[in-house]
Design a protein around this ligand. Structure first.
Ligand code: FES
Length: 158
């Protein structure tokens, strides 16, 4: 084989074509990955949502509030209902926690008689502060920021 061999020339052209194609693919992949790495996701842009009025709440009794939350994941936009529990101390204190079980994501319910949050899926239980008391959940319920407005509304930050 010599440098003037036509097969050698075709190999050079084919190699250049393959390298160019790989470069274009890598640039495209990098732009997609970069978009998700650099653009803040919906969960990173937290905002306050009205969850209840103080008049809806009994002191020290978790109240389920359903929040209509806009989700934008970069591919689609949707409005989803997010359930959280708000707990008022009867004075000025308010706290909130997610209703999503930390085991596999089922929605917990408040059992007033047992004074426990109970998960219907695998028997997980939490106390009124969201701490695990039984079952497989690995972590407490997610605590959320909450506040009482001057108008007496309870807002939760998601
Ligand atoms: S999802 Fe709640 S205990 Fe499994």
């Amino acid at each position: 084989m010599t440098r003037t061999d036509p097969a050698h020339g075709r190999r050079l052209v084919l190699r250049a074509f393959v390298n160019t194609a790989l470069g274009v693919l890598a640039a495209g992949l990098a732009s997609v990955v970069g978009r998700f790495a650099l653009v803040p996701r919906a969960s990173a842009r937290q905002q306050w949502f009205r969850g209840a009025s103080l008049g809806d709440l009994d002191p020290d009794t978790p109240f389920p509030a359903v929040l209509a939350v806009a989700r934008d994941d970069g591919w689609s936009r949707a409005r989803v209902n997010e359930t959280v529990f708000v707990v008022w101390d009867g004075l000025t204190g308010i706290r909130a926690m997610s209703a999503t079980c930390t085991h596999l994501g089922c929605r917990v319910r408040w059992d007033n008689g047992a004074q426990r949050f109970k998960c219907p899926c695998h028997g997980g239980e939490y106390d009124a502060h969201g701490n695990v008391t039984a079952g497989p959940p690995p972590r407490p319920l997610l605590a959320l920021a909450a506040r009482i407005t001057d108008e007496g509304d309870v807002e939760v930050r998601l």
